[in-house]
Design a binder for this molecule. Structure first.
Ligand code: ADP
Length: 198
């Protein structure tokens, strides 16, 4: 199993989508984090009990932005929330990994390095871009401002810290087209490696 990580806006999704085109199963921690708080889930009920019904949007889904803002400045609440969600997310990641049928699979985790999850995987692939590019692309995608993105980046590992954990690096400073040969080469290597182990 290959762990994929990178800072906000580095291009993790763009890269894992390319691997998926080769039939590789991608387990995405961001997707799972949304699934565990779906309407009707035990986790969402617990969150409503703790934060009140105003944490729910009109459509019944969790207002993640309000929740993020609420726990941002309160360490105790943040710990409470992490203790609730992290075990659920981890179990789901393990279940989906076991269910994966491709020769190898990718585990895409934004905070792989920060949460010391590198031991869960056989290799670590980092999608790398400069901080300037990270901000530019995130602002465009999220329609947010540079200061908001910088605040998120400050809470994440630095570019150097991430690269220090990497077995493999995809450089995404150039165009999306330039990703293809890098992904192709890694896919061939991972297939070779997966023939020896899983
Ligand atoms: P992450 O999943 O790491 O947050 P995304 O894959 O969503 O990053 O990429 C962030 C944004 O940048 C997206 O809008 C994506 O379409 C865009 N993007 C990704 N790679 C490139 C690239 N090489 N050139 C231009 N835009 C890119």
């Amino acid at each position: 199993m290959v762990g994929v990580s990178g800072g906000i806006g580095s291009g993790k999704t763009t890269v894992t989508d390319m691997f998926a085109e080769y039939g590789i199963d991608v387990i995405d921690a961001d997707v799972i984090a949304r699934q565990v708080v779906e309407p009707g889930s035990l986790a969402l009920n617990a969150i409503v009990e703790k934060f009140g019904p105003s944490i729910i949007q009109d459509d019944g889904h969790l207002n993640r932005q309000t929740l993020r803002a609420t726990v941002f400045s309160d360490a105790a609440l943040k710990t409470w929330l992490n203790n609730l969600l992290h075990p659920l997310i981890r179990v789901q990641m393990q279940e989906q990994t076991l269910a994966a049928g491709s020769s190898y699979c990718l585990l895409s985790v934004p905070l792989l390095v920060e949460n010391n999850l590198t031991t869960l995987v056989n290799r670590v692939l980092i999608v790398d871009v400069s901080e300037v590019t990270q901000i530019e692309r995130s602002v465009l995608r999220d329609k947010s401002n540079a200061e908001q993105i910088r605040a998120i980046m400050r809470a994440q590992a630095s570019r150097a810290e991430r690269l220090a954990c990497a077995d493999d690096v995809v450089n995404n400073e150039g165009s999306v087209r330039e990703l293809r040969p890098q992904v192709e080469k890694l896919h061939a290597m991972y297939l070779r490696l997966s023939q020896g182990s899983t």
